[in-house]
Design a protein around this ligand. Structure first.
Ligand SMILES: [Zn+2]
Length: 211
């Protein structure tokens, strides 16, 4: 039987590893030119531990360290870390609960994709990279009501995304435009890094696909 101390050590090792992978996935957003100030983020989930590693709020990417990455449970309760998690956490938690095979979520405000989101139009499939990733148009959510925006915007953003996938396979369509906001993408790879990067790469495709 595994002792509580051994379990705690294993969990600490796992969260440290997840934090490093999530930091690297966030820095990849910077390298891809998808970051404006500190508004974007990538996070990852360990399904076996029920823990999410997410970027802290308002910390510049150039000084961000693995120790700054916040670890929460699936209710958003902070398990490890002293900083405030990104305000997008509530959206991402909804997605993790609704889509059981996703391992990472990425959110950016890349200019081209955000233009389509603000216009509330799906992005038609014009190119092969787009087709490889999305197998069709990049969908757009319904516009949220004033009540949904005013009451619990981030959580209701998650609900709007989930409703969009009522008629779509989330494993084949790895992202969506949130109407009047921007793109959110998900990844289903095996390791946390692959999952985070998969989501990131999908986000990277979006601006070029709507060029
Ligand atoms: Zn945003």
């Amino acid at each position: 039987m595994v002792s509580a101390k051994r379990r705690a050590t294993t969990l600490r090792d796992a969260t440290r590893e997840a934090a490093k992978e999530v930091l690297e996935a966030n820095l990849e957003l910077v390298r891809r030119g998808l970051v404006l100030y500190t508004f974007e983020n990538v996070n990852g989930i360990s399904r076996s531990d029920g823990l999410v590693a997410i970027k802290p709020s308002c910390v510049p990417y150039e000084s961000m360290k693995a120790g700054d990455i916040v670890i929460t449970d699936l209710t958003g309760h902070i398990v490890e870390g002293s900083l405030r998690p990104s305000s997008d956490l509530a959206t991402h938690l909804e997605l993790y609960k609704a889509f059981p095979s996703i391992g990472g979520v990425s959110h950016t405000h890349s200019e081209f994709a955000t233009s389509w989101a603000q216009a509330r139009k799906p992005i038609p499939c014009f190119g092969t990279t787009h087709a490889d990733y999305f197998h069709g148009a990049v969908p757009v959510t319904d516009a949220m009501s004033s009540e949904a925006i005013a009451s619990d915007y981030e959580k209701n953003t998650g609900s709007a995304i989930i409703r969009t996938f009522d008629d779509l396979d989330y494993e084949k369509v790895p992202g969506v435009l949130v109407a009047n906001h921007g793109p959110f993408t998900c990844g289903c790879g095996r390791s946390c890094t692959q999952r985070g990067n998969s989501g990131t790469r999908s986000a990277c495709c979006l601006p070029y696909d709507c060029n």
